[in-house]
Design a protein around this ligand. Structure first.
Ligand code: ZN
Length: 548
């Protein structure tokens, strides 16, 4: 289909000088079902054992991808002239001792007795007065600051979990999607920057009930037996945290706020209603002492990056990134989670696009801007490879024209009647109803880029612009999200969830290769247009965009 239109466009352009906005991307039809399926049957084979972060199998997968980039003649775009960008993932185990004492509530408490240490906490002790600081959020993009420029030097801060407007679709904090500003480690760093000696988190009690059983809450944060897969954060995020952090019960928080003349519920409501942040509220008589001992462990992650350099001296410093993640969920006993759709499909899709560019260069057709092929690691652990890239970008983010993310592009979305929690927020729908469709997420953040995808869609695909403000939190569930948070127009090509999502049934034989091939060709065409275009797509930054 693309070849026919591409030929038509060339003829039309030559004869009529009108009609076609886009030029067919060179070698678009070199992206074929058989190439994509050959690659995917290898990447999602049982021998790859679910490509868990830190495993020998994902090392094999990333080396296979780097070898392919090399064979194609693409330039390395990783660290020190290599195809790799290495980064540290941190995980945590509880050491001893750990003690919390809250003035007015008697004894020094062990974890589980109304509190638990937070995993990123520094291993240290602190003692001092306590102040209340609303949600503890600092979000300059919204002009929002719960500290209102007041420092909390030498004090603990007590803050609420989550964010204002959690169930409000029109909340400036990303509607019903969880905003980045509400992450606990970001709150801890903000408190530390304002001089706090420690941070205590408590439930946002005006929104949801208190944790019932603190022994159980503690045990689920710090299980006796190791988890099948540990919970990770980026080492680069937590290495700067030097203060102790704990989650405490509503009961203990009530003791702390009692001298203020308000209940925790009243302070929570006031925090909810403070449009630009609550400001620091003194809590007369409130003191705490906290000792936390957490051991930090490290696992290495590895992104794989290659590039084609642009031909235009004025534009070659600008880059278009096409990315997917190659890690998945490993194994559970004898059960392998093959991750063919998630995200073997996107990974082989990026390799297919890379192959088309490699042929174009051989034929002397180099794009004006540079194009980066990025295969992220540790997406399933919290988008950590992509987050690391945005923290230590190999090309300036200001010069990054767009990020096209491919994650799960191989199936027809299917939401069953009895789907329950894992399909939360998504309407029931059949695979047949999505048999020619792909979702495009991020469309509301960058209507320019969404429009470019629509214009490039000569492949007969039904593009469903949806889920940007959905309680499934899908918008923040793949690798375009860190780019959106860092000012880069980014979209996610995603054929949607299905009953095999994150299960043993996510196998390569269940992939819809014909549709997937058209999606990869659409990504290739869109990337080519972005690399050639005279203008760049814009991003509607948080706080400036219209509500949807
Ligand atoms: Zn994924």
């Amino acid at each position: 289909m693309s070849r026919v239109r591409s030929l038509f466009c060339k003829v039309a352009a030559a004869v009529l000088l009108t009609g076609c906005a886009d030029t067919g991307a060179p070698f678009n039809d070199s992206i074929t079902e058989s190439n994509l399926s050959d690659d995917l049957y290898y990447l999602a084979s049982p021998e790859m054992r679910g490509r868990l972060v830190g495993s020998p199998e994902i090392a094999t997968a990333s080396e296979w991808i780097a070898d392919r980039f090399g064979t194609l003649g693409l330039e390395p775009a990783g660290d020190d002239g290599s195809y790799y960008q290495n980064f540290e993932l941190a995980w945590f185990s509880l050491d001893a001792p750990n003690l919390l004492r809250v003035t007015g509530s008697g004894r020094a408490r062990q974890p589980g007795d109304g509190w638990t240490p937070i995993n990123f906490s520094a291993s240290t002790s602190a003692a001092g007065l306590v102040a209340f600081a609303g949600f503890g959020i600092v979000e300059p993009r919204l002009g929002y600051d719960d500290y209102r420029d007041e420092d909390v030097r030498g004090k603990f801060v007590l803050v609420l979990e989550r964010e204002p407007g959690v169930t409000d679709p029109s909340s400036p904090f990303d509607g019903v999607v969880t905003a980045e500003a509400s992450r606990t480690w970001r709150k801890a760093l903000s408190a530390q920057e304002r001089g706090a000696i420690g941070i205590l988190f408590v439930r946002d009690v005006h929104n949801r009930p208190e944790t019932g059983d603190w022994q159980q809450a503690h045990a689920s944060s710090w299980p006796e037996e190791p988890r099948r897969v540990e919970r990770f954060l980026l080492g680069a995020w937590v290495e700067d945290i030097t203060i102790p952090a704990a989650q405490i019960s509503v009961e203990l928080a009530e003791v702390l706020v009692s001298g203020s003349g308000s209940t925790l519920e009243e302070l929570s409501m006031a925090s909810e209603e403070a449009g630009e942040g609550l400001g620091v509220i003194a809590l007369p008589g409130a003191e705490a002492s906290l000792t936390v001992n957490v051991e930090r462990h490290t696992v290495m992650g590895r992104n794989v990056l290659a590039m084609v350099e642009g031909s235009d001296p004025d534009l070659r410093d600008e880059v278009v990134i096409i990315g997917a993640h190659h890690d998945h969920d490993g194994t559970d006993g004898e059960t392998v989670f093959p991750g063919a759709d998630d995200d073997g499909s996107g990974t082989v899709g990026v390799m297919g696009v890379a192959g088309a560019y490699a042929r174009a260069i051989e034929a002397g057709e180099r794009p004006r801007r540079s194009v980066i092929f990025a295969i992220w690691d540790a997406e399933e652990r919290g988008l950590l490879g992509a987050w690391y890239y945005t923290l230590r970008p190999l090309f300036p983010l200001q010069s990054t024209v767009a990020k096209l993310n491919l994650d799960m592009i191989g199936r027809h979305q299917e939401v069953p009647e009895d789907g329950a929690g894992r399909f939360r927020g998504l309407e029931v729908q059949s695979a047949e109803s999505n048999s020619n469709a792909t979702n495009i997420l991020g469309y509301s953040r960058t209507p320019d880029l969404a429009g470019q995808i629509e214009a490039a869609n000569t492949f007969g695909l039904e593009l469903k612009m949806r889920y940007d403000n959905n309680e499934s939190n899908l918008l923040r569930r793949s690798d375009h999200w860190p780019f959106l948070q860092n000012g880069v127009p980014a979209v996610w090509f995603h054929t949607g969830l299905h009953p095999d999502y994150h299960r043993a049934g996510d196998t390569p034989d269940r992939i819809e290769y014909e549709k997937m091939t058209r999606i990869v060709r659409l990504v290739h065409q869109t990337s080519w247009n972005l690399a050639q275009g005279d203008t760049r797509p814009s991003l509607q930054e948080m706080g400036s965009r219209p509500r949807s």
